[in-house]
Design a protein around this ligand. Sequence first.
Ligand SMILES: Nc1nc2c(ncn2[C@@H]2O[C@H](COP(=O)(O)OP(=O)(O)O)[C@@H](O)[C@H]2O)c(=O)[nH]1
Ligand SMILES: [Mg+2]
Length: 223
Amino acid sequence: MVLSISNAAQFSIDMTGPNALKMEANIVVLGTDNVGKSALTVRFLTRRFIGEYGHIESIYRHNVIVDGREVTFSIWDSPYSQEQYWETPIQEKRVQWADGFVLVYSICDRASFNAVARLVQGIKAKKDFLGVEKVPVVIVGNKRDLHHRRTVTSEEGRLLALTTDCQFYEVSAAENYHGVLMVFHGLTDRIRESRSAVKKPAGIKGIVKTVSAVFTRRRTDSL
Ligand SMILES: Nc1nc2c(ncn2[C@@H]2O[C@H](COP(=O)(O)OP(=O)(O)O)[C@@H](O)[C@H]2O)c(=O)[nH]1
Ligand SMILES: [Mg+2]
């Protein structure tokens, strides 16, 4: 089992560029208690569903190949502390550290959905303050298997994601590994995109390409 619990301070963010064959991704998993944050994280790491986890704060390191690239995930799975969520230094540190966020609610728990709506605003505001333009965030409605107890519709989840420019998945950490995999792959894509977005405009090669594209178009236009 590839699980290791360590201290956040040990990790350095080693960005190797959006097209590099290796990348590092620091991910924070947030949401209220009992929504399945640990279940989701452990499912991704081990492919297994383990019923109970306790409320320990952990950072997991995990190497996987995503679309031909080796990705080293550092995943911070933490218990929820509601009080002045964004005010404490530890939370601030967490937001600074993160390249991307997985915000989890349970489809049977309306309060957990409302909390995710608040969290996404808080994260965006903090990252905005830090000068980050686009924050990779995935919103996850978990416990899809408990649809008979559903209190949050899929449409509500999708709408929240749409209005806050996040990705959205409904999954069951208990019953399905593939959905959980999609969450982390989707977030990896977003992180890579956000890194390309901050890249400076293309150099001489890009200019040559643009110029030749203009000439090619002219030639075709005149046909
Ligand atoms: N039915 C169902 N139960 C789940 C699912 N994910 C987690 N749970 C259960 O929900 C409870 C809370 O899960 P946990 O991962 O500890 O939540 P956390 O507090 O957000 O980390 C545990 O009893 C899990 O077994 C799911 O997809 N379906
Ligand atoms: Mg937990």
